[in-house]
Design a protein around this ligand. Structure first.
Ligand code: KG4
Ligand code: ZN
Length: 340
């Protein structure tokens, strides 16, 4: 059976097509992503209105391309899945409206899915059936720890950022270091030549009385800004690579420490990374190191599946269908703060 998935929660118009087999396995057939990231670059962040307009323009061509790549036609699609939230309201509305229209036109069930759960489900396209796992989802819009006993069932959120998302911190620090948007990949690259122990930046929310699984990155961003300002005032050149490496280390140290601790406390043998920041080379290396030491298996989808895409939505839709979940009503709303 063929499932089409639509993702428009932020600045990527994603349309994916997957095949669900009789044993419940899902196979990736197409994953078309049109990004409006270049249109946001000069603002240093995603502009919701610009993103919504770009989704409107990209949506129908992306569906055609995805069906073409998958070698199927609209008549072959047996379910449509769409991100119903969380995300930018105007952006979500474009995807939800399109999904409703396709589901009605093809007379197939519609599944409104949670964006965070879809980031977890995508891993099954690369690594097969997912055992119960602890998921660390880190992107420009979210930083969350989730307990996922079964991808088609309820998910327990354990913690999240109380201010900036991890990717947002990367982007803001990159901006103050004069690196282009989105800054995560640039910090990752620049940091390779730096010393991660050069500057002792703060590790947010790691005190004994702090929420064990919440994150905070805005204090870290301010600390980097103060450090750079002090150097500039003194007329000292900013050691870009050392600042980038030390900042990056502060982020990934906290992310991996809390994720591994959560996995151990919840008795989970598998840790899954997802979201755009999961592409970070230091995060992947440190997670691998700490998981090995703790006897935990690490699963990380390839970068193209970590960033926002339609295949992750199609994959979750397929798992929900296979589990006999009730389809969404025809008047499915978009919910910018949809709980997981
Ligand atoms: O998941 P995503 O494509 O979109 C959402 O934000 O939902 O994630 C984009 C974020 C951006 O903040 C970007 O800077 C960050 O992921 N990112 C990285 C890396 N690649 C992308 N951050 C750190 N290191 C990277 N290699
Ligand atoms: Zn995302």
């Amino acid at each position: 059976m063929i499932v089409l998935g639509i993702e428009t929660s932020c600045d990527e118009t994603g349309v994916g097509v997957v095949r669900l087999d009789d044993a419940g396995g899902v196979e990736l057939l197409a994953n078309e992503v049109a990004s409006s990231v270049d249109e946001h670059a000069r603002f240093g962040g995603v502009v919701p209105e610009v993103a919504s307009r770009a989704h409107l323009q990209a949506m129908v061509p992306a569906v055609h391309r995805a069906l073409g790549t998958a070698g199927v036609s609209g008549r072959d699609v047996q379910a449509v899945a769409v991100t119903a939230g969380p995300g930018l309201t105007g952006a979500l509305l474009v995807g939800v409206a399109a999904a409703k229209a396709y589901a009605a036109a093809w007379d197939v069930p519609l599944y409104g899915v949670n964006h965070l759960a879809a980031h977890v489900a995508v891993d099954t396209l690369q690594h097969g059936p997912l055992p119960p796992c602890l998921a660390l989802l880190v992107s420009g819009g979210h930083s969350s720890l989730l307990d996922v006993p079964d991808i088609a069932g309820p998910v327990t959120p354990l913690g999240a950022t109380i201010d900036d998302a991890a990717g947002e911190a990367f982007d803001k620090v990159a901006r103050l270091l004069g690196l282009p948007f989105p800054g995560g990949p640039h910090i990752d690259r620049v940091a390779r030549d730096g010393d991660p122990a050069a500057i002792a930046f703060p590790r947010g929310l790691t005190g004994p009385r702090d929420a064990p699984f919440d994150f905070s990155f805005s204090g870290l961003k301010t600390a980097v800004a103060r450090h750079v300002e002090a150097l500039e005032r003194a007329g000292t050149p900013v050691p870009l690579a050392d600042v980038a490496a030390s900042f990056q280390e502060a982020v990934v140290d906290v992310l991996t420490a809390k994720a591994v601790r959560a996995a151990r406390e919840r008795g989970m043998e598998t840790l899954l990374l997802g979201g755009g920041v999961a592409a970070n080379s230091r995060l992947r290396a440190l997670a691998e190191e700490r998981c090995t030491a703790a006897g935990i298996r690490l699963r990380v989808p390839r970068p193209g599946l970590c960033t926002d895409n339609g295949a992750m939505v199609a994959a979750l839709g397929a798992h929900l269908f296979a589990a006999g979940a009730k389809p969404s009503p025809a008047d499915l709303p978009a919910d910018s703060s949809l709980p997981v």
